[in-house]
Design a binder for this molecule. Sequence first.
Ligand SMILES: [Zn+2]
Length: 54
Amino acid sequence: MAKITCRDYGFDCPYVIEGEVEHVIGEYQKHSNDEHGIEYSVEALTQVILRQQG
Ligand SMILES: [Zn+2]
């Protein structure tokens, strides 16, 4: 299981996505693109998740 919160990225945003890694990455990419106009790569988000789980 993985989790990304927008606050981890320094946004003043309550968005949290939790679940399977692929799901979290896909949903967070959509959210950050739609809401913040920022496109994160799959690689970058995978690194964040791995760092949290380490
Ligand atoms: Zn957000």
